[in-house]
Design a protein around this ligand. Structure first.
Ligand SMILES: CC(C)(COP(=O)(O)OP(=O)(O)OC[C@H]1O[C@@H](n2cnc3c(N)ncnc32)[C@H](O)[C@@H]1OP(=O)(O)O)[C@@H](O)C(=O)NCCC(=O)NCCS
Length: 162
């Protein structure tokens, strides 16, 4: 089990990672932490190859297992969360067995770098009100609440203020 406690590698996701990303989502569904799709086609279309993708980063264990990923997309007209056009939209998913080991924190370094390179002014995180770990995670990364939606809290990270 030694390899599982080693620091995972953070890198940009490729098409070949879609199966591993799907597995992360499936583990969250199995743990009752997710209700949306988790299949490989969804992982590919929604994260790895999404046309609005800015960067999708994966955390990979030394045995190749994908432990988690973070997606940064560009908010365009009619985006589902009604985020201001031109902002980033972030999503983070870590396998429950790999949570609270600093993987989310490491992934955000990669995401923030991508946001800065893209010149984004801000990043939106929309989090369910009944998701205390998600709310605590984004708060710890420097996101702050700026609006509420039905059943969700929206937090913003001001990239231009870093
Ligand atoms: C929320 C989530 C992304 C956190 O990822 P993670 O890799 O466990 O987070 P990290 O270990 O990097 O934690 C970074 C900081 O966030 C905060 N945090 C993370 N998980 C927390 C928890 N369960 N309770 C309280 N604070 C938490 C802490 O401040 C933590 O720093 P610390 O461990 O030094 O105290 C992960 O649990 C997850 O994928 N959950 C399911 C999906 C989800 O809810 N995504 C986000 C909302 S869309």
């Amino acid at each position: 089990m030694r390899h599982k406690s080693e620091k995972p590698t953070i890198r940009i996701a490729t098409v070949a990672d879609a199966g591993g990303i799907s597995d992360v989502l499936a583990k969250l569904v199995a743990a009752g932490m997710r209700k949306k799709p988790s299949d490989t086609a969804f992982a590919l279309s929604h994260y790895v190859s999404d046309p609005e993708r800015i960067r999708c980063s994966v955390a990979v264990a030394s045995d190749g297992d994908i432990l988690g990923f973070q997606s940064l997309k560009l908010a365009t007209e009619n985006n589902p969360y009604e985020v201001e056009v031109g902002w980033g939209v972030i999503g983070t998913h870590i396998k429950p067995s790999a949570a609270r080991r600093g993987i989310g924190r490491a992934l955000f370094k990669s995401t923030l770098q991508a946001a800065q390179q893209k010149g984004l002014p801000a990043i939106d995180a929309t989090i369910g009100v009944n998701n205390p770990e998600g709310l605590a995670y984004y708060e710890a990364m420097g996101f702050r609440e700026y609006r509420q939606m039905e059943g969700a809290v929206c937090k913003v990270f001001r990239v231009s203020e870093v």
